[in-house]
Ligand binder design. Structure first.
Ligand SMILES: Nc1ncnc2c1ncn2[C@@H]1O[C@H](COP(=O)(O)OP(=O)(O)O)[C@@H](O)[C@H]1O
Ligand SMILES: [Mg+2]
Length: 326
């Protein structure tokens, strides 16, 4: 859906912000771009909606080289969420959200109905918040309006530049989870820029770890954490990467031992298949038995997870290029 082919960006003052970048984002995929400040993340993102033009190389969206696409037409298909949100201060929340449909020439009533629907989707009751002005919202609420506005014209692609950076950690985590739930229903193709490794791991189907102007590794969070491609990546993801990996590795049937017979399941702690190792381990630690019953879709026990199983699961997840670790 988004494809970079040997893209380099050199600004007029000689700064090489991005150097020979190639990667691809599949339709419906959420890819995080993560790295320290100044490594070229925002420049990369802005080349997707032509706010910045590459010095060399090509960017394709939906199979088309965008250098030949009218920027205004291009941006209609690309929602854009930035940290500063950029809401119009003298317009109501409803009118802010309806901005793009209005620009596209929708009838006023239709644009407002769509805006109300989107506010509802991001958890803001339009009857309560629609008539407010941006200054009358909390930072987290403003950020939600930013997301609603970006989605209003139903663009297939969403660019998000440090979208949750301006709010405190508790609100940030809530917004992240809300966005993931939303993404599970709207399935946009998303590029999300962050300098926060935890956010990149939590949000990304895949993540691009940037060094200076280059991608050092592009893979699933489980693989990046389990098998960092370079010493730089290992350093960037942190020495606690093993712990971080627990959160992005689900329990699978291969990790289970047979349930002992007779299984006294009723009182046993249990979690469903697909639970993250982190959550499974937390439950395991709360119980004395040293094992955890894992259940299938029908609620029947499939086997038990033991500390040895957790270890096996981590080894499996760090095997390079394992598509099942997505
Ligand atoms: N308009 C510009 N003119 C010159 N240099 C720029 C411009 N925008 C960004 N840069 C430089 O390009 C590099 C990458 O910047 P940026 O893409 O904003 O990084 P990030 O988003 O990862 O913090 C930095 O060295 C930055 O100073
Ligand atoms: Mg930036």
């Amino acid at each position: 859906m988004i494809r970079f082919e040997h893209v380099t960006k050199r600004y007029d003052d000689g700064t090489t912000a991005v150097d020979d970048l190639s990667f691809e984002v599949a339709e419906g995929e959420l890819v995080t771009l993560v790295g320290p400040s100044g490594c070229g993340k925002t420049t990369t993102m802005m080349m997707v909606n032509r706010l910045v033009e590459p010095t060399s190389g090509r960017v394709l969206v939906d199979g088309r080289d965008i250098s030949g696409v009218d920027p205004v037409a291009l941006r209609r298909k690309i929602g854009y969420v930035i940290q500063q949100v950029g809401l119009f201060p003298h317009r109501t929340v409803l009118d802010n959200t309806a901005t793009v449909p209005a620009l596209l020439g929708w009838k006023k009533a239709a644009a407002r109905a769509r805006a109300a629907e989107l506010l509802d989707l991001v958890g803001l009751d339009p009857a309560v918040y629609g008539s407010r002005y941006p200054a009358q919202l909390s930072g987290g609420q403003r950020q939600r309006v930013g997301v609603a506005r970006a989605l209003a014209a139903d663009p297939p692609v969403l660019l998000m530049d440090e979208p949750f950076g301006a709010v405190d950690p508790v609100v940030r985590e809530r917004l992240q989870n809300e966005f993931l739930a939303l993404q599970a229903t709207v399935r946009k193709t998303v590029l999300l820029v962050t300098h926060d490794i935890e956010e990149a791991v939590r949000m990304g189907d895949r993540m691009a770890v940037y060094g200076q102007g280059r991608i050092e590794q592009f893979d699933t969070p489980a693989t990046v954490l389990g098998s960092p491609a370079t010493p730089y990546v290992a350093d960037f993801v942190g020495s606690d990467r093993g712990l971080k990996r627990l959160a992005v590795t689900p329990v699978t049937e291969a990790d289970l031992d047979p349930a002992p017979r007779p299984a006294g399941d009723q009182g046993d702690a249990h979690v469903p298949l697909g639970t993250s190792l982190k959550d499974a381990l937390a439950v395991l630690l709360q119980h004395d038995t040293g094992r955890l019953t894992v259940t299938g879709d029908d609620g029947r026990p499939l086997g038990v997870l033991t500390p040895a199983g957790v270890h096996r699961a981590l080894r499996r997840a760090s095997a390079p290029a394992d598509p099942s670790s997505r």
